[in-house]
Design a binder for this molecule. Structure first.
Ligand code: 4LM
Length: 408
């Protein structure tokens, strides 16, 4: 991993790149913002040109499921930010995960997945792929021996999130990539919680990086989208097979909104992270909070990865109240400003109950194995004034405490 000087330098460059990278459109009117090509199809000059484009003998657009100039600009910008040659934007984050993994597996193949991931990703790997003869083993990837033991001759890919949804478990990505070195196995990292500004998995050995662009990349809670970045060959494979034929393509309008959102990614992430530090500190000191899961706290088991693998702990925090599930639910129902909603990375702070919401696709046993308790609460810290976020949490905790004392 690059040393901290390089990290700082890269961070500065990226503050510029979120605004300028990939601004390759040559609009005849000189439009500053990327023009929105809200079109389903593109006209050919003649049959020869149409045939040549379909045959791949000539560049140019054909049909927006296969490619679109606005989408292309988004893909170029995110690929540059993540340090890859290319990217494919998709209709949702799940669309990116499904299109990517399916491009590299066939019936009879095996995949290794981190034990703690987003609930629908868990369902995709544990249920849907199983129906097509692709078996996934869910492994604690912080345990090198467990990973080595899990790998088989037919293992085609390893998929992980770090930090993991919902409880911010960290995986040492470079350590995983070293174990995979020399084997024909793709390492795929879902970097949604970090954004390329806080973590660049390519530098740590990832072959492909995925984002739910619904979250921080867009940042305004008005789009669902995804993106996968990788080598030109890998992205061409995804675009030419699973994306083309299964069709989880992004809408050009959504790509345009994300391009707009990206321009403020650097300043938004700074505020998200500053706010999250304050909220984590408040929760950590509160007597009704039993445990806080936030990599920025010194007590986090992989705190040492901050400053090496990742530039900052990010803006998602999980915590457990000193009570039962009913206590957590009561607390969530007392919040006044903070919406009870899934998702993350929006201007609004969002809070939710993973066991019954984002991670309800897990079986109770798999949740327990992954360390996702029924009392766990996840907060995605937004851009409001930190004292207002804390004030709302504080009043909800206080009223939970009073209820707790009454019922004791
Ligand atoms: C949520 N997450 O946690 P789309 N990868 C990660 C995610 O957190 C998500 C996706 C992929 C939540 C959604 C409700 C790490 C989603 C899937 O929702 O398909 O864009 O991303 O609250």
């Amino acid at each position: 991993m690059a040393n901290s000087d390089n990290n700082n330098k890269t961070a500065w460059q990226m503050a510029t790149q979120v605004i300028h990278a990939g601004s390759g459109h040559d609009d005849p009117h000189g439009a500053l913002a990327a023009p929105l090509y809200q079109t389903s199809t593109f006209k050919f000059a003649n049959t020869e040109q149409g045939s040549a484009r379909f045959a791949g003998e000539e560049g140019g657009y054909i049909y927006s499921r296969l490619g679109n100039p606005t989408t292309h600009e988004l893909e170029t910008r995110v690929a540059v930010l993540e340090g890859y040659d290319a990217a494919a934007a998709t209709a949702t984050g799940m669309g990116a995960i499904a299109a990517t993994t399916m491009a590299f597996v066939k019936a009879g193949d095996h995949i290794v997945v981190s034990d703690a991931i987003y609930g629908c990703s868990f369902a995709l790997f544990s249920e849907l792929f199983e129906r097509f003869g692709v078996h996934a083993d869910f492994v604690d990837l912080t345990d090198a021996d467990a990973l080595t033991t899990a790998l088989k001759d037919n293992t085609r890919l390893v998929f992980l999130e770090s930090p993991a949804n919902p409880h911010l478990k960290l995986v040492d990505i470079e350590a995983v990539s070293q174990i995979l070195a020399g084997r024909d196995i793709k390492l795929i990292v879902d970097n949604t919680f970090m954004t390329p500004l806080l973590q660049q998995p390519k530098q740590l050995g990832a072959d492909l990086v995925i984002h739910s662009a619904t979250k921080f990349l867009n940042g305004h809670g008005d789009v669902v989208a995804g993106i996968v970045c990788g080598s030109a060959d890998d992205i061409a494979l995804i675009k030419g097979t699973t994306l083309k034929d299964m069709g989880a393509t992004i809408s050009p309008h959504d790509a345009w909104l994300i391009l707009r959102g990206l321009k403020t990614l650097d300043v938004r992430m700074q505020r998200h992270c500053e706010n999250a530090e304050k909220v984590a500190d408040f929760l950590h000191k509160h007597s009704l909070v039993r445990k806080v899961y936030y990599p920025g706290l010194a007590e986090h088991p992989n705190h040492s990865l901050i400053g090496t693998q990742m530039r900052h702990a990010g803006a998602v925090i999980a915590f457990e109240l000193d009570g039962d599930e009913a206590q957590s639910r009561y607390f969530l129902n007392q919040l006044q400003m903070i919406p009870l909603a899934v998702s993350l990375g929006d201007a609004e702070t969002l809070i939710q109950h993973p066991a019954s919401m984002t991670h309800s696709p897990y079986t109770p046993e798999a949740r327990q194995k992954a360390g996702i308790s029924d009392t766990l609460v996840r907060i995605a810290v937004g851009l409001e004034a930190a004292q207002d976020i804390i004030a709302d949490l504080s009043q909800a905790l206080q009223s939970s405490q009073q209820r707790w004392q009454r019922s004791a």
